[in-house]
Write a protein that binds this ligand. Structure first.
Ligand code: PLP
Length: 441
């Protein structure tokens, strides 16, 4: 038996499934912590450069990347009607709220189009160099679409454990390059995601267990077979760095629309969190790019707050949400993770501002509001981010955080970005079903 968890207020609230905001006491200014991290600016820039090398290949492979020259990126959008409705219903000036539309990322329709696709490209590049298909970084990467390259790639199998979207991104990208791909789907995965993958020739293994257990099976298989490459969401630096590039793109987009980010105009990122790779990668990138001007918060369902629990207890991946009596039962499939990443939580200790938890009913309320006010359709996990601005501005712990950072006078000048993480590939009928659930409350 392990020692009992500390009986802090945060852990009591998590156990009680009460929506809560946990402020990270280990946060440090960038000037103190960035240099001590095991990864840094160079890793971020290398990841961005790799995506540029692959851009001509991606442009040729996916028609929807034609206009962006092979760069997979989403829009940064104003959502004035949603913002006005939120201000009116809360009786509070919520400042400027923007939406980072990763729910509409091309190719994979979710935030996994950053990390998942990057992880496949990273592996493909390594194998291509080993097999002499690429001379070096200045080769024309479109060569990797040749029959010869396909023959090489078809000798390898990619496997991954997924709640749905990671499998979709790895399956779509892996199959497009000629890899054979096996996706181990946890019980949360939606049928349409499995069907879509099977239609592309991807092998889908359905598990009756949760995400962590599906990964154990996939990892074991890969250990026994050297031609099998397991993309390990709980341990993968590649996935993490693929996500981190978003921060460079966000900086350029904010500049383009003339939105100031400075001491008097702080930036808040609201990031839905499952295993932690996506929000962690973006937070790492954002703290490198924006330093102390950015305040990053993770959003999790009350039934699956694995990162909040891991960080608040200091136990990270050694503790699971089942240990505190939670069920993992949430309609936010992409966030239904019982145990956080093996490394993200520790890396986040000096970088992250905090985490909050959200009830499914609140997620559905925001999902419906985004549709009614802005005609935006998202998956339930995306909607968790929409709880963020009021958590920070309206809650006692949030006010203390703003005060400690000298931000109370500037709260109404802040920019809050809701990072919507999935939705574009969801069938129309399923979107209608989400709204029916929201209305029946
Ligand atoms: C995967 C996913 C997340 C969270 O990403 P993690 O890396 O698991 O933390 C959030 N939203 C959606 C829709 C996802 O698919």
């Amino acid at each position: 038996m392990r020692d009992a968890l500390p009986e802090t207020d945060a852990i009591r609230q998590l156990k009680a499934r009460e929506p809560m905001l946990w402020i990270n006491p280990h946060w440090q200014p960038a000037s103190r912590c960035i240099a001590t991290l095991p990864i840094g600016r160079r890793d971020l820039e290398e990841a961005a450069a790799r995506l540029h090398r692959f851009a001509p290949l991606l442009q040729q492979l996916f028609a929807e990347l034609e206009h962006s020259q092979g760069i997979i990126e989403s829009a940064l959008m104003p959502i004035p009607s949603f913002t006005a409705a939120l201000s009116a219903s809360s009786g509070r000036d919520v400042g400027t709220i923007l939406l980072k539309a990763d729910h509409a990322l091309p190719v994979a329709g979710s935030i996994k189009a950053r990390g998942g696709i990057y992880a496949v490209l990273h592996f493909a590049e390594r194998k291509a160099i080993e097999h002499g298909l690429l001379a070096g970084a200045d080769s024309d990467y479109r060569r990797l679409l040749s029959p010869e390259a396909r023959r090489v790639f078809s000798g390898y199998e990619l496997t991954v454990g997924s709640t749905g979207n990671l499998g979709l991104s790895i399956g779509i990208m892996g199959a497009a390059l000629g890899f054979s791909v096996t996706v181990h789907m946890s019980r949360e995965a939606k049928e349409w995601k499995k069907a879509r993958l099977r239609a592309r020739g991807v092998r889908v293994v359905e598990h009756a267990s949760d995400y962590t257990a599906a990964c154990v099976v996939a990892r074991d298989e890969a250990r026994r077979n050297p031609r099998l490459h397991f993309i390990d969401d709980e341990n993968s630096l590649e996935l993490f760095l693929g996500y981190s590039v978003a921060a460079l793109r966000l900086r350029d987009q904010l500049k383009l629309i003339g939105r100031p980010i400075d001491e008097e105009h702080p930036l808040f990122l609201h990031l839905p969190c499952g295993v932690g790779g996506a929000p962690g990668g973006i937070t790492f990138g954002a703290r490198l790019v924006f330093g102390d001007l950015v305040h990053c918060f993770f959003a999790e369902p009350v039934e699956a707050p694995c990162m909040t629990l891991g960080m608040a207890s200091g136990r990270h991946a050694a503790v699971s949400v089942y240990d505190i009596g939670l069920s993992l039962r949430t309609d936010a499939d992409g966030l239904a993770v019982s145990r956080p990443s093996q490394f993200v939580g520790r890396l986040m200790e000096p970088l992250l501002s905090g985490c909050y938890t959200v009830r499914d009913s609140e997620m559905f309320r925001h999902l419906l509001a985004l549709h009614e006010t802005e005609a935006i359709e998202i998956e339930p996990p995306s909607a968790a981010a929409a709880a963020g601005p009021l958590m920070v501005l309206g809650n006692e712990a949030g006010r203390r955080y703003l005060d400690a950072h000298g931000l109370l006078p500037f709260a109404s000048q802040a920019t809050h970005i809701l990072w919507t993480t999935g939705g574009a590939l969801v069938p129309a009928e399923q979107h209608a079903e989400f709204r029916r659930s929201a209305r029946s409350g």
